[in-house]
Design a protein around this ligand. Sequence first.
Ligand SMILES: *Cc1c(COP(=O)(O)O)cnc(C)c1O
Length: 379
Amino acid sequence: MDFDIHDLPSPCYIVDERLLLKNLEILYSVQERTGCSILLALKGFSMFSVFPLVSKYLKGVTASSLFEAKLGREEMGKEVHIFAPAYIEEEFDGIMENCDHIVFNSFSQWNRYKEKVQQQGAQKISCGIRINPEYSEIETPIYNPCYQNSRLGVTLANFRPEELDGIEGLHFHTMCEQNSDTLERTIQVVDQKFGPYIKTMKWLNLGGGHHITRPDYDLETLVRSIKWLQDKYGVQIYLEPGEAVALNTGFLVASVLDIVENGMKNAILDTSAACHMPDVLEMPYRPNVIDAGKPGEYPYTYRLGGHTCLAGDIIGDYSFKEPLNIGTRLVFCDMAHYTMVKNNMFNGVNLPAIALFKEEQGIKIIREFGYQDFKQRLS
Ligand SMILES: *Cc1c(COP(=O)(O)O)cnc(C)c1O
């Protein structure tokens, strides 16, 4: 990091535009080499102040709800796609106004909205069905859309070829933080099960979970897989990664508020796993902290915890070369995706500020939050 973290408020997310650009260039190269379209999944990263940059590289966004679709339309202004397990009747007009592609999770949803979509004349909306190929290499059930009795997507046994009239694409999303070898094996299953239907489609959406911007990601297998589908079926290929767009582009800067003893040293921070990095508890995982090691690796080991009342609001155990003091700043890595979009104000804890580092202008604080943001969501 070549900027001074003491120039930031605490706690604060900071996204480094140079790192985002590196990811966007990799994603752009995949589009250039294959002709596929890559969409940003807003669910993972919705920091719209960088959308003008993202829009130069990607084809648009994919949304999970009307609000995300509106945000994508307003702030990116390119293609907007949507998938949700079920649509809310009152929101469907808004969805049609804002979306170019609508993916339905079931034939029952498709039949419910088919007429509405077809009557909607002005801009033509392309409709798709999400399939469940019943093949996924994700081992955590909460993230596995092919888990037993999953509500996500139509399995082959439940597929209704006779109701495909008007459907132009198929969509599957079965991956999470995975490399392209998983994609290649998934495509084999999709091809075997749904090949005859893909033949009649205009497009195929391969969902998200592609860890394309990770250093060890095998781009060649991705490119080969996309080209294979294009050659075999003549379909337009879409990918909709969230995490891969913002992977390793942002940090969360926080400070030590107190240090308490109980069998070991606990450092209480002005951030919280429960409020500001919920995937640390949900996934769960251990974020890297700059200049810190595993417990015992360096002389001073601490358990880092949040300042909410939740006993389990623990980020993890880390060791440091120097003792921590009240006011010491810590930097958590890879905090741009699935953080700002999942944050909450549990315990009345304020949200971290949001800052952007740009080559030309250095650090800029984009947004700070306060009491009104907390009160506004309550009644
Ligand atoms: C979550 C999700 C994505 C994005 O997944 P990432 O793991 O962030 O790449 C894309 N499409 C659908 C349908 C999703 O549910």
